[in-house]
Design a protein around this ligand. Structure first.
Ligand code: PBG
Length: 329
């Protein structure tokens, strides 16, 4: 007697494994998140994100050239706004000469072909750390989408190729699309954070931007009234289909690893490219475990990224992008 089928035949050596491998990572898969700060010659390490930095604009220019030379062709910009410029309406977000707007120009000047996406959300600009205007113990929806639409136009005016609203207000994709069209930015795209969960994995990111929601009376202390419940699956499809109907060019699932069932659901349900955001907490976990010698950093990193792609990601936003591309050779 012998086994009728021997699956191990196709695993015997590296050559046959390469031949039958279904998923390959390459530099074109990655979108690189970048944090920017005011100042000159600043490269500050983020405490809870070892080996990840906030850059002043002069250093940002060098960084994007390096990324481009490594084969990475897109960045996602986030601005760290000083406290004195924060208010409940996120007024600074609309400053044509604000940090984000200057960062967009800096990237385009340094590296014109680099595809520039920008985070559109109020939280880095909000004195409460929320993605919307806070009033009467609530996060106002329609007033907020109005601001997000203006913010998107401001980013487009500064030269952004695509805006990436990460707020989870209802109806914001339509509001943004209409505002962009009205202002003549017909070619500016929208990548919607369409299935974004109220996750505890965003902690290090909130350190990076100093944007954690504050705990004060009459202000919700978390984002559960707008971001999705991690226990839910079906509404991810509903959210995503609605955003596509409103004009999203690319949709996103966030976070990554714990949500790969959602990634596959969405990938099977829609016809637009699907992005996955491997978030700050996922990065921090691996850095911490590998610093302790408990996990092999590079092997686990590549396994995680491959799993995200295998689940259905067409684009991976990842703090590991540079490390991964170096290893891929
Ligand atoms: C906020 C925003 C967050 C992230 C991207 N945009 C955090 C949040 O919703 O509080 C998280 C990214 C990460 O953790 O890496 N609009």
């Amino acid at each position: 007697m012998y086994p009728l089928i021997r699956n191990r035949r196709l695993r015997q050596n590296d050559s046959i494994r390469r031949l039958v491998r279904e998923t390959y990572l390459n530099p074109n898969d990655f979108l690189v998140p970048l944090f920017v700060v005011e100042g000159k010659n600043v490269k500050e390490e983020i405490a809870s994100m070892p080996n990840y930095f906030r850059y002043s604009l002069d250093i940002l220019a060098k960084e994007v050239k390096e990324l481009w030379n490594m084969g990475l062709c897109s960045v996602l910009l986030f601005a760290k706004v000083p406290d004195h410029l924060k208010d409940n309406e996120g007024t600074e977000a609309l400053n044509a000469n604000g940090l984000m707007q200057r960062a967009i120009k800096t990237v385009k000047d340094a590296c014109p072909e680099m595809y520039v996406m920008t985070d559109v959300a109020m939280d880095p600009y909000s004195s409460y750390g929320h993605d919307g205007i806070v009033a009467e113990g609530k996060i106002l929806n329609d007033e907020t989408t109005d601001i997000l639409a203006q913010m998107s136009v401001s980013h487009a005016q500064a030269g952004a190729d695509m805006v990436a609203p990460s707020d989870m207000m209802d109806g914001r994709i339509l509001a943004i699309r209409e505002a962009l069209e009205d202002e003549g930015f017909t070619d500016t795209g929208i990548m919607s954070y369409s299935a974004k969960y109220a996750s505890a994995f965003y902690g290090p990111f909130r350190d990076a931007l100093d944007s954690a929601p504050v705990a004060i009376k009459d202000v919700p202390k978390d984002k559960q009234t707008y971001q999705m419940d991690p226990a839910n699956r079906k509404e991810a499809i509903k959210e995503t289909e609605m955003d596509i109907d409103e004009g999203a060019d690319i949709v996103m699932v966030k976070p990554g690893l714990c949500y790969l069932d959602i990634v596959r659901d969405i990938k099977n349900a829609v016809e637009v490219p699907v992005a996955v955001y491997q978030v700050s907490g996922e990065y921090a976990m691996l850095k911490a475990a590998s610093e302790k010698g408990w996990l092999n950093h590079d092997a686990v990193m590549l396994e995680q990224l491959t799993a995200i792609k295998r689940a259905g990601a067409d684009i991976i936003a990842s703090y590991f992008a540079k490390d991964a591309v170096k290893l891929l050779g």
